[in-house]
Design a protein around this ligand. Structure first.
Ligand code: C5P
Length: 224
C-alpha cells in the first residue's frame, strides 16, 4: 500500500492544528505529503513554519495564475522553502507554464485543470462554450506540451487525462465513505480514484476534521 501517496490538505491557519495533523498521520502504511494552500501560507506564521519543516514531502498549493513574469518571479521568491510540489493554473497559458518550468529547479510543477468545485453549468456561466471534459482534455494537452511534472484533475477525468498526460496524476475531490460532500462537486472515494488511475490523492476535510488518527485508520482500511 506504501505506493499510494496521499497529500493531506492542511487547510487551516492554526500552527497547532498542523502540528496535530503531522503528528497523527505518521504511519508506515501510506506515503504522506503535506499540502499547504492559501489559507495557511497567508496566515501570520504559516510561511515561517513551513520554512522549518524537515524531512516531509511539501506540496505548496498556491494555484498561481498570472502573467509569465509574475509567475516565474513568484517561484524564485519561494526558493528558500524546501518545496517538492507547487501548483499553477494551466489556464495561465503555455508561455507562463514554460517560464515557470525554466526556473523551477527540483520543484515539481503541478498543473491544475478545472477546479473540482465547478460543474458544466458553472463553466457556462463564466463564458466557456465547451464541456468540462473537453476543457480538461485541452488543459492536459497544454500541461504535456509545457512538460509539467504532474497534473491535478477530478477523479472523474483521470481516465481521459491519462491518455494525454503521462506523468503523475493527482486528484482532489476525495471523500471517505459516508463523508459530507461540502463545496465539492466531482467527488469519489479514495479507492475509486486509485482504481481510475490516479497516482496520488489530495484529501482535506475527510482526514483533518474530527479525530485525525481514526480518519487515517479508516483511510487505510478503505484502501485495502
Ligand atoms: O477538504 P477537501 O478534501 O475538499 O480539500 C481539497 C483540497 O484540494 C483543498 O485544499 C483545495 O484547495 C484543493 N483542490 C481542489 N480542487 C482542485 C485543486 C485543489 O479541491 N482542482
Amino acid at each position: 500500500m506504501k505506493k499510494n501517496k496521499i497529500f493531506i490538505a492542511c487547510d487551516t491557519s492554526s500552527i497547532s492544528k498542523v502540528n496535530e495533523i503531522i503528528k497523527k498521520t505518521q504511519n508506515s502504511k501510506i506515503k504522506i505529503g503535506y499540502k499547504f494552500g492559501l489559507e495557511f501560507l497567508n496566515s501570520k506564521n504559516g510561511r515561517n513554519f513551513i520554512s522549518k519543516l524537515k524531512n516531509k514531502i511539501i506540496f505548496i498549493d498556491l494555484k498561481l495564475n498570472d502573467i509569465p513574469n509574475t509567475m516565474s518571479s513568484t517561484l524564485k521568491s519561494l526558493k528558500d522553502l524546501r518545496i517538492n510540489y507547487l501548483t499553477v493554473h494551466i489556464s495561465s497559458g503555455l508561455k507562463a507554464l514554460k517560464e515557470v518550468k525554466k526556473v523551477c529547479g527540483k520543484i515539481k510543477i503541478v498543473g491544475v485543470t478545472t477546479l473540482t468545485s465547478l460543474d458544466n453549468e458553472d463553466l457556462k456561466s463564466i463564458g466557456h462554450q465547451r464541456s468540462l471534459k473537453d476543457i480538461v482534455k485541452l488543459q492536459a494537452k497544454l500541461a504535456s506540451k509545457a512538460k509539467l511534472d504532474a497534473i491535478v484533475c477530478s477523479p472523474h477525468e483521470v481516465k481521459e487525462v491519462k491518455k494525454i498526460f503521462k506523468k503523475e496524476i493527482i486528484t482532489p475531490g476525495i471523500r471517505l465513505l459516508g463523508d459530507l460532500i461540502g463545496d465539492q462537486k466531482r467527488i469519489m472515494t479514495p479507492k475509486e480514484a486509485f482504481q481510475n488511475g490516479a497516482t496520488s490523492l489530495v484529501i482535506g476535510r475527510s482526514l483533518t476534521k474530527g479525530n485525525v488518527k481514526k480518519n487515517i485508520q479508516k483511510l487505510i482500511r478503505e484502501l485495502k
